[in-house]
Write a protein that binds this ligand. Sequence first.
Ligand SMILES: [Zn+2]
Length: 85
Amino acid sequence: MLLIPCPFCGPRNESEFAFGGPVKPGRPDPNATSNADWVAYLTQVPNPLGPVQERWWHVRGCGTWLTIWRDTRTHNIVEGPADAG
Ligand SMILES: [Zn+2]
């Protein structure tokens, strides 16, 4: 079980949250980037071995979105939440 630190509710069970996916780099200008880079932006999801920045929604709690860093090797939250709102 993953305990996610909500900035308003404190540490809460993962089952109260909806996974929002990893934080992707900013959207590139499709007219100023190569086709390969554009396709990579549209289709690839960051899945590193180690820390990954993720968005979570406290859907069964206060309703806030938060960003955490989770280590994919240990499933531990190594930093976060980075922001609220
Ligand atoms: Zn909350």
